[in-house]
Design a protein around this ligand. Sequence first.
Ligand SMILES: Cc1ncc(COP(=O)(O)O)c(C=O)c1O
Length: 393
Amino acid sequence: MNGEDNYFGTLYQRFPVNVARGKGAMLWDTSGKQYIDCMGGYGVALVGHCNDRVVNAIKKQADALITAHMSVYNETRLEFLKKMAAVAPEGLTKMFFTNSGTESVEAALKFARKFTGKPGVIAMNGAYHGKTFGALSVTYNEKYRKSFMPLLEGVKFVPYSDPSKLEEAIDDSVGAVILEPIQGETGIIVPPDDLIPKIREICTRKNIVLIFDEIQAGLGRTGKMWAGQNWNTTPDIICLAKGIAGGVPMGLVITKPEIMDAIKLGEHSSTFGGSPLACAAGSATIEALTTDGLVDNAAKTGKYFREKLMGLKEKHKVIREVRGLGMMLGVELRFEVKDVLFDGISHGLLMLYSGRNIIRLLPPLVMDEATVSRAVEIMDAVLTREEQRRNVS
Ligand SMILES: Cc1ncc(COP(=O)(O)O)c(C=O)c1O
């Protein structure tokens, strides 16, 4: 598109759009063409592109101090920690800063192992937790794993929807269970209502650390601050990243105090973690989510979006299923979505995929109903064209 590819390998599926500017739920390319952003930077543009609070906080902090290692104290960091503590799931009170999702998962796996003294981890079929060696070890997709064996020992995968298989897999070596309350990368898989509480009950009874990876589903995305709240369930460790600092790289692990207290001086660390710049952006993000009502908007507009998509499903037989919660939505088609995504881009709509045949929508939580309606109109036209091309009616 713009020559960037000359400097990269072919590691990313790339889309033909050269973005230059963003505001709220909108993006503009270098020619000035406008796009409705339902890709949302893979979930990073949580509080909207260039959210005013975030931009102002970054500008102010950049003038004062950009970097401060965790070995020294900083008031901006303290402010973020207090704000996060005020909204964190009950009982999760100790935090560790990382810089990405996969790093949050790495930290969570290490913390759980140190606390329990047990190396075994149970993860779910279909899980996506990142691609560094530890996180990759609990990521299910063979495509990501196969060239990098051996991975961590002691990881077992069980079907996400069957807690009896989880219970069977637990032996004396297992210290932790990790799961995404809603599986994102695998296609917006929402669990049945009793599943998450049942897994919580098993982990409590068997003394196993339960880790929720809310990197994609947390921070208001599903219409509740925490995805686990949809089933009134709290984990022992929660992993966060993506939109936590309005687009500035930041990850966070929040744990029960006894888990963090088991980690001794120097056993884990991060040079960049907890930088004042990221913390200032993080505080602004929490304010946007709470004071500006973005979590509530995710619930309300997300419901509207889902209803509109259900309407599309009535009209287009190529839609197999619509699923999701809040602003985390999936549309499963009966064929590959690649051409649909590219046609969407030509007509001013950015969408994301999940596997080969699922459209994943992770719009910024600031999106309003009028924009949703426009997005769904574009999807409608795109699907009609695709059906005509494929001779499906
Ligand atoms: C649920 C989940 N966990 C972990 C990750 C990895 O995060 P990152 O790409 O920031 O390392 C992602 C990224 O998509 C994710 O969706």
